[in-house]
Design a protein around this ligand. Structure first.
Ligand SMILES: *Cc1c(COP(=O)(O)O)cnc(C)c1O
Length: 429
């Protein structure tokens, strides 16, 4: 395929890839098509995707319904600015999200990425208190091991020791890190923390039930419910970052539902468009929105991304929500959860495996390092490709987050690859 080689060799020297040491990283794999759960490479090989392109492609790739919706939108109105103007796909989507989300989470602010959705939530929370005459309430409490994005304000909410952003320590706003209150002692400590700092706290931000990029750590619904109660008791807003967990991934449409928690602000992105186009939403409860209503123009929310509420992306999101209505997605997630639990369990006994855990359509194996040695992520990734699957271990984690349409046989291919690779690794320890 000569023209493939042209764009590849011509373009590779000019791209800069994410989280990648460009000197030592193996060459990236050129993908030419993506259909269902399969990625097709330029050399004709096919990989079963076990991670849904950073957890977005929940219906699989190139779903015909989403494709048709985007094509129809493209023919009429691909994009128009969202200040002073509105359009059908955005308004339909806002109304549908409001209906789908719990409680009175009713006001939708659209952006284009998860990090920016979190930034907007922070602005909402801080300005909420300012508009209510409590401008000192500006600090944010976040939890250890959390990940909330890569921009400066969101980096300040990530675990400082997890390493990804340590380089920028000192350049970010000073926030307050807490432990997730998973037991009685931690609950007392968390309550005390909020009580002590209440006068300067705007909000607590939590990734409900599963902390994703920080290491796929899981907590139960009671812990999440306690966080919400403590926020309410101490007059602090609760921001739920459901960018990863939203749209079925944990087994409910939104993870907060499992704890009957209605956060004051919720952040959505990743699977919002079924992995088709970039879009994010920050959704506020009625009382949060009401704090911005006044005769004073300066009380308005001062944020406005150029591509806000892009019509193609909104059309894709509406089509994705159609699929959640028409297809048994949550049942598929429950079946994936059961199969992952059964098929990953044998990994627990392997040398070098510290933990195996799962929640919804997420299965994770946490590795232990060899004494003195780092985990050979490149080696693990290469073996997975050789076995015909696309998985991308990071940190100490090998994890699966397949599209919900994965068949039992395809899922077995994925879990078997994990078992094979971890068994091989155990043999070298
Ligand atoms: C991916 C992610 C983000 C950041 O989203 P981007 O679109 O990459 O900016 C924030 N929070 C959580 C929980 C995420 O999983």
């Amino acid at each position: 395929m000569p023209e493939t080689r042209d764009w590849l060799t011509g373009g590779l020297p000019h791209i800069w890839q994410p989280y990648t040491q460009m000197q030592t990283a193996p060459a990236p794999l050129p993908v030419v098509t993506a259909q269902g759960v399969r990625l097709r490479l330029a050399d004709g090989r096919e990989l079963i995707d076990g991670i849904s392109s950073w957890w977005t492609a929940c219906h699989g790739y190139s779903h015909p319904h989403i494709r048709a919706a985007v094509e129809a939108q493209l023919a009429t109105l691909p994009h128009v600015m969202f200040a002073g103007l509105v359009h059908e796909p955005a308004l339909r989507l806002a109304a549908r999200l409001a209906a789908l989300l719990p409680g009175d989470l009713e006001r939708v602010f659209f952006t284009e990425s998860g990090s920016v959705a979190v930034e907007v939530a922070l602005k909402m929370a801080i300005q909420y208190w300012r508009n209510k005459g409590q401008p000192a309430k500006q600090r944010i409490v976040h939890f250890r091991h959390a990940y909330h994005g890569d921009t400066f304000a969101t980096m300040a909410l990530c675990d400082p020791e997890e390493g990804m952003h340590a380089l920028f320590a000192g350049t970010m706003p000073d926030q307050i890190m807490a432990e997730l209150p998973t037991d009685a002692a931690l609950r007392r400590a968390f309550d005390l923390l909020l009580e002590t700092h209440a006068e300067r706290l705007a909000a607590v931000i939590v990734a409900p039930l599963v902390q994703g990029a920080g290491g796929m750590r899981m907590h139960d619904a009671a812990t999440l419910a306690f966080v919400a109660e403590a926020c309410a008791r101490n007059n602090v807003l609760l921001i739920a970052d459901e960018i990863m967990t939203g749209f079925g991934r944990t087994g409910r449409m939104f993870a907060c539902e499992e704890a009957d928690v209605i956060p004051d602000i919720i952040c959505l992105s990743k699977a919002l468009t079924g992995g088709t186009l970039p879009l994010a939403a920050t959704v506020a409860r009625t009382h949060v929105f009401a704090a911005f209503l006044s005769g004073d123009p300066a009380a308005a929310l001062m944020h406005g991304p150029t591509y806000m509420a892009n019509a193609l992306a909104c059309a894709a999101a509406n089509a994705s929500l159609d699929l959640f209505e028409r297809k048994p997605r949550l049942e598929q997630v429950a079946a994936i959860e059961a199969q992952l639990r059964e098929e990953l369990a044998p990994c627990r006994a392997l040398a070098g495996v510290a933990d195996v855990r799962g929640k919804g359509a997420i299965g994770a194996g946490e590795l232990s390092c060899q004494p003195g040695g780092a985990i050979d992520l490149h080696g693990l990734r290469r073996r997975f490709v050789e076995l015909g699957v696309w998985l991308r271990p990071f940190g100490k984690l090998v994890y699966l987050m397949p599209p919900f349409i994965v068949t039992p046989a395809e899922l077995t291919t994925l879990t078997a690859a994990v078992r094979t690779v971890l068994t091989e690794r155990a043999g070298t320890l």
